[in-house]
Design a protein around this ligand. Structure first.
Ligand SMILES: [Mg+2]
Length: 229
């Protein structure tokens, strides 16, 4: 199924690095440090659910180039605050600063991550393509011991690009010195990682427990990669 593949490109957030878990840990601390239960009159779970929905809408708008990084950063907590009828723009900025400083130091990885990377590294060239912010992605890779597994670390933000733009995948081919036929992308975001890669003529594997119609290469656990690659 995957003959000719010699280069594997991984997404980082929520594919290898457990963004969800690491982020929740920081948000939980900020929620109590800022006494948000009193200010927002709610509990952490409902704050967190609202934050996740606001954040994913903003990231979607960012990947469509409808908003920039600054807007995303400086407004996400404010939008959440307002949903709980709380107005404090400055506190929102302060929280954003703390959130960005702390979150890349999280070390939770997706189950099986190291084991699978060790296995794959003996057979393939491994690389990263991430849409995350340049200021934090290298900290994450260094801090959780992932950095040495990868040859090319392509942070689209450093090139003013973002997945699913085909240009990111073409840039990756140049940097890794390979052809589209030899490339496979593995990631959790269907639009950015799977569709984006396939439009560039790559193979792709979707890491998700969601269902989708059609013929898609899909895994629900990273360990499954050992059986197919
Ligand atoms: Mg991701």
């Amino acid at each position: 199924m995957f003959s000719n593949i010699s280069h594997i490109f991984f997404d980082l957030d929520d594919t290898l690095w457990d963004f969800e878990k690491n982020s929740q840990h920081v948000l939980q601390n900020l929620f109590s440090e800022y006494d948000l239960s009193t200010k927002l009159k709610t509990d952490f779970n409902s704050f967190h659910t609202t934050y996740k929905s606001v954040n994913s809408q903003l990231w979607h708008a960012y990947s469509k180039k409808q908003i920039n990084k600054q807007f995303l950063r400086n407004n996400r907590f404010d939008i959440v605050f307002k949903k709980f009828s709380y107005n404090n723009y400055d506190e929102n900025l302060e929280m954003t600063t703390h959130y960005l400083e702390r979150s890349p130091y999280g070390t939770h990885l997706k189950p099986g991550c190291m084991d699978v990377l060790t296995y794959l590294k003996s057979k393939y060239k491994l690389h990263i393509i991430t849409n995350g912010f340049k200021e934090v992605q290298r900290i994450k890779l260094n801090n959780c011991g992932l950095i040495n597994y990868f040859s090319q670390i392509i942070i689209s933000d450093e090139h003013n690009l973002s997945k699913p733009d085909e240009k990111v995948f073409k840039l990756a081919e140049t940097l890794a010195a390979c052809k589209s036929d030899n490339c496979i992308m593995i990631g959790d975001n269907y639009e950015n990682d799977v569709e984006g890669a396939m439009k560039a003529g790559w193979k792709a594997i979707w890491f998700s427990s969601e269902l989708k119609n059609g013929q898609i290469n899909k895994i629900e656990h990273l360990n499954e990669l050992k059986n197919i690659l």
